[in-house]
Design a protein around this ligand. Structure first.
Ligand code: PLZ
Length: 454
């Protein structure tokens, strides 16, 4: 069978017209998925793990349909990527049109206008009305690396500060920025030099230190251990993603930004996970009105196509020598077409508002669980980026085993849930913004039953 024939066999077609229902017709994973898992084990590097081994043939709205015919509720969006939904019609149309014109020239060889249009849109959408420039890449990690390269070039300094619980990627430089050893770093060293770690604001676990005090603690450590004269950039996720959906106390981010500005340090916001309407604003930085010098974006930018971006102050972004920034695929025309359609939809359909509405539904239900079940230690996040932290009700210690049991039970019931957190005890909810309310509520009911049974 050719690839085209086998794709054609795999009905149904994805997109929002897929029946929006949870439907289990086999055990999870079903027999066909189990066959594929056996093939995977023989063909794919064991280092490439899988959260839930159901093999997908179509997705859209708020569901993923697997090869056995099960329809699962998607509360993960492929890790915050498909905010506008899988195979969103406007993305499909834009990519199909581009596909028929040309697929690749390499922007740095023979350019095309959609790359410029994406840059113009990002320069307009990101916080601050100063002159900006953008550059496009493929993955979040690649964009983070380039942000650091550009900040070093501009400042002529080398040190970079990242925070406790941070996640910035899996390449050599970004592994160094990432805090957690397992599974991201273990055995993969040595890591890049001149990376330093500062304490985060983690209201649930730092005794309620207020934001300004937490920032002052971080700044004092930075000044003593590194010195602003050596520091090129400080990089932080406005809400930490993989680290546990940690929302810093109010005042933390603005205090850091003010210190960076006063000390010639480039403030880099890593909005790879928080960006593009996810938190109820176009970018999470907007919540406290901070204006990053550089913003890094990926995930939600292009409706599922691989694209990432670095947008920043013109004088910083223009610092590198011509030819100093690039890559074969960065800003690929198919990804740019998808990004233009996706970003238009965020604005036109006011998806930030949809994210806030989803947040109200989720936090209402999760707080109700917390009120009656002390194992739910914390409910936090913003918009459609919400999490619960599971703890021992007596000691408050993280309970990763309970977390694992709940998530497995939800998976078996056809709800895709993701975990996160330094201590592995956080369940995060990242539904596509295209999910119907009824399906979201059903997913949360499955979670509640799993919690009760665990
Ligand atoms: N910065 C804030 O969340 C990616 C990691 C999934 P890439 N997070 C998902 C995994 O297990 O690898 C992420 C992020 C933040 C950077 C990145 C890196 O983005 O596109 O995965 O390279």
């Amino acid at each position: 069978m050719t690839i085209v024939e086998s794709l054609a066999q795999e009905t149904p077609v994805g997109g929002p017209s897929l029946p929006q229902e949870r439907r289990l017709v086999t055990a999870i994973p079903g027999p066909k998925s189990q066959e594929l898992s056996a093939r995977k084990a023989q063909a794919v590097s064991a280092g490439v793990g899988v959260t839930l081994p159901v093999y997908i043939v179509a997705a859209g709205g708020g569901v993923l349909v697997d090869v056995d015919g099960n329809s699962l509720i998607d509360l993960g969006s492929g890790i915050a990527v498909t905010g506008i939904g899988n195979s969103a019609p406007e993305v499909v149309a834009a990519v199909a049109a581009q596909l028929a014109q040309f697929t690749h020239t390499c922007f740095t060889v023979a350019p095309y206008d959609s790359y410029i249009a994406v840059a113009e849109t990002l320069n307009r959408l990101t916080p601050g009305d100063h002159p900006k420039r953008s550059a496009l890449f493929n993955s979040g990690a690649e964009a983070v690396e380039n942000a650091v390269k550009i900040a070093r070039h501009y400042t002529g300094k080398q040190a970079v500060v990242a925070f406790d619980h941070a996640y910035h990627g899996r390449t050599t430089l970004t592994m160094g920025l990432t805090a957690k050893n397992q599974p991201y770093k273990n055995g993969f060293g040595p890591f890049a030099a001149e990376i330093y770690r500062a304490p985060m604001s983690y209201p649930y676990r730092d005794g309620g230190l207020d934001g300004v005090a937490a920032a002052t603690r971080a700044i004092s450590q930075i000044e003593k251990q590194i010195g602003a004269d050596n520091l090129a950039a400080l990089i932080i996720e406005p809400i930490q993603g993989e680290g546990g959906f940690i929302v810093p106390a109010p005042g933390f981010l603005p205090t850091l930004v003010a210190w960076c500005r006063a000390n010639g340090v480039v403030f880099i916001a890593d909005e790879v996970q928080t960006g593009f309407a996810r938190t109820g604003d176009m970018f999470a930085s907007e919540h406290e009105g901070i204006v990053p010098d550089i913003m890094v974006m990926a995930k939600g930018i292009a409706g599922g196509l691989p694209l990432s971006a670095v947008t920043g102050r013109a004088e910083i972004m223009d610092a590198p020598q011509v030819g100093g920034i690039g890559g074969t695929y960065g800003g690929n025309p198919l990804a740019c077409a998808a990004a233009l359609a996706t970003m238009e939809s965020y604005e036109k359909d006011d998806l930030a508002r949809r994210a806030r509405d989803i947040g109200v539904i989720m936090t209402g239900r999760l707080n109700a669980l917390r009120a009656v079940d002390k194992r739910v230690g914390d409910v936090r996040g913003r918009g459609a980026m919400i999490a619960i932290e599971l703890v021992d009700p007596v000691t408050g210690d993280p309970d990763a085993a309970l977390t694992g049991r709940i998530v497995s039970a939800a998976h078996a019931q056809g709800v895709i849930l993701l975990t996160c957190g330094t201590y592995g005890n956080v369940i995060r909810f990242l539904p596509p913004l295209s999910i119907p309310d009824a399906l979201l509520v059903e997913g949360l009911q499955v979670l509640a039953s799993a919690l009760a049974a665990a």
